[in-house]
Write a protein that binds this ligand. Structure first.
Ligand code: HEC
Ligand code: HEC
Length: 370
């Protein structure tokens, strides 16, 4: 026992000698106004773990039949979402929801569109890997062969050893999931024109039109920030809106199939995890970072453009089926408002100023296989 421990310690020492950079703990180097995302005690960050997680995220070998990777649906060049609609899993099955973007995902208080119980990236990763209905990556049933692929690859063997020295080079899904989560916690975006203007003191970063749009977004008449500030601006929510609830689940009124607010059987929102009838059709108000880069919109891609999204809100969020019908379960804050064409352009200019192009171009977040 003692000898085994010594060997492990020795191995760890050799590794840290072999690659001092990879063994370092991870440093985000963020501006003073932005705290790093929270990190669970049992999955500390390290440079090696982030690098391993990045490789796994872009590698098709992680799916059971080796066809697709996490990045097949979360493409960095499309704000870590998917220009295809619907997205498809490894068996070709259509995926019912839009893949959320992953910039700043480490700050989100709850994950997925409508399951308040999923609060860590480690928990979330089980869904694409092991969920069966429909399968996304179908690692379930192929666990041994997936692990085998990595254990028989010299690059991975080295990376796993550096990321998890205590495991001595054996591979398991606990390590895979921890590494994927560490990589995703490293995806921190803070250089949108809006943030450079508002927090970085760059007076020229935001156009006059986008500045007018900012006022509209935070104006009580439109109410956008009541639901979207928390999810949009992560840890900044409290600063922007003292007392604002960080995560909002709301019914945006898209469907009313039975006159009582029924959503489609394929996706009934928060009700599925909470089992409370009033949660029918409630979904997490998504973050609007990079929103202009990832049409179509809403949980099911049913709204084609930002213009259409704003027009729906202005009209008081009628159902998709009929512009003069309103769901009884529609959130009461969606009362409608009048907005001129010029104001709508301003609001869209503001939403476009939530694109982080520098983050998108950052090679450290992209595929290591290029
Ligand atoms: C086949 C497409 C597809 C693949 C492959 C895929 N995802 Fe997703 N991802 C989605 C969809 C769709 C959702 C939304 C799920 C929901 O709301 O139920 C999602 C949600 C997420 C979320 C939650 C984000 C948030 O804001 O709540 C994270 C994190 C995530 N995926 C990470 C991953 C990782 C890591 C992998 C690889 C192990 C992966 N995804 C593979 C489609 C995919
Ligand atoms: C009552 C809360 C609420 C208010 C107010 C609100 N939204 Fe939303 N918004 C949501 C929810 C919830 C969704 C997702 C609905 C779904 O998918 O079923 C959403 C979706 C969106 C989307 C699509 C994002 C994506 O990733 O698909 C955009 C864009 C958007 N809202 C913009 C706005 C703007 C602009 C305003 C102000 C005019 C606004 N919202 C007001 C709750 C709200």
């Amino acid at each position: 026992m003692l000898i085994a421990l010594r060997l492990v310690a020795l191995a760890a020492l050799m590794i840290s000698v072999a690659s001092p950079v990879l063994a370092q703990s991870y440093v985000w180097s963020l501006p003073a106004w932005l705290p790093p995302p929270p990190v669970p005690a049992d999955n500390p960050m390290s440079v090696a773990k982030v690098e391993l997680g990045r490789r796994l995220f872009f590698d098709q070998k992680l799916s059971g039949p080796s066809y697709i990777s996490c990045s097949s649906c979360h493409m960095p060049e499309h704000a870590f979402s998917d220009p295809r609609h619907p997205s498809v899993g490894v068996t070709g099955a259509k995926i019912r929801r839009r893949p959320p973007p992953l910039a700043n995902v480490g700050y989100r208080e709850t994950l997925t569109w409508a399951d308040h119980r999923v609060t860590t990236l480690e928990d979330q990763a089980h869904q694409p890997l092991f969920r069966a209905d429909p399968p996304e990556m179908e690692a379930n049933g192929h666990e041994a062969s997936v692990v085998d692929r990595f254990e028989h690859d010299a690059t991975y063997r080295q990376l796993f050893r550096e990321a998890f020295p205590e495991k001595g080079g054996t591979v398991d899904f606990d390590q895979i999931i921890k590494a994927l989560s560490a990589y995703q916690r490293a995806l921190v975006s803070y250089t949108t024109p809006y943030e450079r203007f508002r927090f970085g003191g760059e007076r020229d970063a935001l156009s006059a039109s986008a500045q007018r749009g900012e006022k509209l977004f935070f104006d009580a008449k439109l109410g956008c920030a009541t639901c979207h500030a928390g999810a949009t601006f992560g840890p900044l929510a409290q600063k922007l809106l003292p007392g604002a609830a960080p995560v909002v689940y709301a019914n945006a009124g898209l469907y009313d199939l039975d006159g009582k607010g029924a959503y489609r059987a394929i996706d009934r929102g928060l009700l599925e995890s909470s089992a409370r009838p009033e949660d029918m059709g409630r979904f997490r108000a998504p973050g609007l970072r990079d929103v202009a880069k990832r049409a179509p919109y809403m949980h099911d891609g049913s709204v084609a453009s930002l213009e259409a999204a704003i027009d729906r809100y202005a009209a008081g969020a009628p159902t998709l089926a009929a512009a003069d019908r309103f769901s009884p379960l529609k959130d009461s804050r969606l009362r409608g408002f009048t907005i001129s064409a010029a104001e709508r352009d301003d609001l869209i200019a503001f939403l476009r100023a939530l694109n982080d192009d520098a983050f998108a171009a950052d090679q450290r977040h992209g595929s290591p296989f290029r």
